[in-house]
Design a protein. Structure first.
Length: 143
């Protein structure tokens, strides 16, 4: 079994999108949820590097989940989040076997729109920078 960094545990929130990329790991702190994964062939393009779409999907996922952590801490009700825009700047590349972390290092909560930024690191080295805007869905009233 490959080494999983301290503080990470199996990610419990499953999705049909991320299922082929399992196992995924998560580390929750007071203000974010960091996703982690060991790079495998299922994550890679024909050049043996994690595909940009894979990086974008997990960065989007990590930023949305981190907003959920922040919203809960702020006791701000929300019925969910929908990505409005997502951009990534690819700064480098990762290789098979490296540990990837998707860490949301900025989040601004709004009443209807939230903003986030995240850094994707391979064995601690930045390989991508992500930015996203999310729309807050209205919380459903209790029946």
């Amino acid at each position: 079994m490959d080494h999983i960094p301290e503080g990470f545990a199996p990610h419990l929130r499953k999705s049909p999108v991320t299922e082929p990329w399992e196992p995924l790991y998560a580390r929750q702190t007071a203000d974010r949820l960091v996703l982690g994964v060991r790079v495998r062939e299922a994550h890679c393009n024909s050049r043996g590097m994690p595909h940009g779409g894979f990086l974008a999907a997990l960065a989007d996922n990590a930023m949305g989940l981190s907003l959920g952590v922040r919203l809960a801490a702020a006791r701000q009700p929300a019925g969910g989040l929908v990505t409005v825009s997502l951009t990534l700047d690819y700064l480098g590349s990762a290789k098979l076997g490296q540990w990837l972390e998707f860490d949301t290092d900025f989040a601004k909560l709004g009443r209807s729109i939230c903003f986030t930024e995240a850094t994707v690191r391979a064995d601690g080295e930045p390989v991508a920078r992500a930015r996203a805007t999310f729309k807050l869905l209205e919380a459903k009233a209790a029946a």
